[in-house]
Design a protein around this ligand. Structure first.
Ligand SMILES: [Zn+2]
Length: 72
């Protein structure tokens, strides 16, 4: 498993429920149990944001879609 986010960050002092999710091995975003990560980049992202693979996939898919729909 990748390294979890640094729980000493100020965000976790402000939002202790996020720290609890990390301690329980859950995604900070959807609160589901973590699933295996598909690549090193996803593991790195987890170490920063605490998001599971499916949340990362959804967020990055949304970004890609917006670029495709750009009018220029
Ligand atoms: Zn998630």
């Amino acid at each position: 498993m990748p390294l979890p986010p640094d729980l000493s960050k100020p965000i976790f002092a402000m939002m202790p429920e996020l720290a609890d999710r990390i301690i329980r091995g859950e995604c900070t975003y959807c609160a589901n149990p973590l699933t295996p990560f598909t690549d090193e980049l996803s593991k790195k992202e987890y170490s920063v944001s605490g998001m599971c693979q499916s949340c990362q996939d959804r967020i990055y898919a949304d970004c890609a879609e917006e670029e495709d729909n750009a009018p220029w």
